[in-house]
Write a new protein. Structure first.
Length: 453
């Protein structure tokens, strides 16, 4: 539904468009055909002066202003709309409707070029916008606001409807008067008539008490005390003894009249009110020590690598230790065993899936004797290796192990070059590779030995 708003029906002075709670007014004239408003436009005055939209109702051009979702921007989001120049302004909604007094809810309003102005305010979760105009006064961020009549000059305005935008005549400000906001005089005081005029029913009642005085020391009947006599007798209030100077007094009975010695004020002490030091802090000694069930003070502890806090004493002192394998819930039985040292692996079976595809053994190579031929070379170690025979070898080649075996190892030998028949003769310290015939110079003889205990 679309509604046309005519200046003849809705005249609005543009000097006053926003409620006091709205942000200071900002004027914008978007040079577009359609302008989508948002929460950021709260408090803006939007003009059609530079609109590039289609001409409407005899205008040169127009500006479409699209309102946001009222539930998103919340209540009291407000903008003002003006038609400057020969351009019209079309107000549209995509969510909710626009409410105008005396009109059915609409989704679109058109302001022709001769329209004076319009204030649009979100009603929040109600899902509507209220559009108002007319001769009422509106508070502005920086402009002057004229009152509804010369007789109200100096009055304090009041809100005149539930939207918080329309202002009523308000209340006068004076020194005295009926339904008047009280104003202090040139000395900063309210008028005496305001005090003397208070009804007695507003002052409450006080029980009658008479105090008797007799400052003459005679046995005459005491007379009623004057105010001056009472003040003279009271003077300063002193404590119950010089030792309590500086104490905070306490009541000494159920009547609420007599003060006891009270409590000392100090940095530390028993039955003492704690006092902060020159730095504004309480003494650490007033903090109780912790127990298993009561909070208390705890000392700080400098972090040490690989240590954790495993206890806090009842004196508030933390202790740090390095955790052991037994402290770990998921530690394996070998947690504290050096598995890289073969001597530590006394039992257990290693899955073949854990064995490498290439099984390689390191170690020092054994030493070849002269009967392996002049220039013989050895590669490998005591467990496995190869000897390249030198010139003029004998009937066997003897090698001394780099380290003695516990028992004579079990060995296999073979000729990789000619396939000659060989057999081993090992001891715990040497391995003799014996040929059925004389060994051939330049042949490669290989061995593999395994020991046992």
């Amino acid at each position: 539904m679309q509604i046309w708003l005519r200046a003849a029906l809705l005249a609005l002075g543009l000097a006053a468009l926003f409620a006091v709670r709205a942000p200071a007014q900002t004027y914008i004239a978007p040079a577009v055909a359609s302008y989508q408003t948002s929460a950021a436009d709260n408090g803006e005055q939007i003009s059609s002066a530079k609109g590039t939209g289609t001409a409407v109702g005899g205008s040169v051009a127009s500006l479409a202003v699209v309102l946001p979702n009222p539930g998103t921007v919340g209540p009291n989001w407000v903008i003002s709309l003006v038609t400057d120049g020969q351009n019209a302004l079309v107000l549209q909604t995509t969510v909710g409707s626009i409410l105008v007094a005396g009109q059915a809810p609409a989704s679109s309003l058109t302001m022709p070029p001769d329209f004076a102005g319009l204030v649009v305010r979100s009603n929040g979760e109600a899902g509507t916008f209220s559009a108002t105009s007319g001769s009422a006064s509106y508070a502005v961020g920086s402009s002057s606001v004229s009152g509804p009549g010369s007789s109200t000059s100096g009055y304090l305005p009041q809100w005149n409807n539930t939207l918080g935008t329309l202002l009523g005549a308000g209340l006068p400000v004076a020194g005295t008067g009926v339904n008047t906001v009280v104003e202090t005089d040139s000395g900063g005081h309210i008028n005496n008539n305001l005090v003397s005029g208070l009804p007695n029913s507003q002052l409450g009642t006080m029980a009658a008490h008479t105090t008797k005085c007799n400052n003459t020391g005679s046995s005459a009947t005491p007379l009623d005390c004057s105010v001056a006599q009472m003040l003279a007798m009271l003077g300063a209030v002193t404590g119950p003894g010089s030792s309590t100077s500086g104490y905070v007094p306490g009541w000494s009975g159920t009547t609420g009249l007599i003060l006891s010695t009270g409590y000392p004020v100090a940095g530390t002490g028993v039955n003492t009110i704690p006092e902060t030091d020159s730095g504004g802090h309480l003494n650490g000694l007033v903090v109780p020590a912790p127990t298993a069930s009561v909070l208390g003070g705890v000392e700080s502890l400098v972090a040490v690598a690989h240590k954790w806090i495993d206890a806090i004493s009842t004196a508030g002192v933390p202790a740090a230790t390095q955790p052991a394998c037994g402290d770990l819930s998921d530690a394996a039985a070998s947690c504290n065993t050096d598995a890289t040292n073969a001597a530590n692996i006394a039992s257990g079976t290693l899955s073949t899936l854990r064995l490498p595809d290439h099984f390689e053994v390191t170690g020092t190579a054994p030493t070849a004797a002269a009967n392996c031929g002049t220039g013989a070379t050895v590669a490998g170690n005591d467990a496995i290796g190869r000897v390249h025979l030198g010139t003029s070898p004998g009937g066997y080649c003897q090698m001394t192990f780099a380290a003695a075996w516990t028992n004579a190892p079990v060995c296999s030998v073979w000729d990789e070059s000619t396939g000659a028949v060989l057999y081993p003769q090992p001891s715990s310290t040497v391995l003799a590779i014996v040929g059925v015939a004389t060994l051939t110079a330049g042949d490669n003889l290989a061995w593999s030995c395994k020991g046992y205990r």
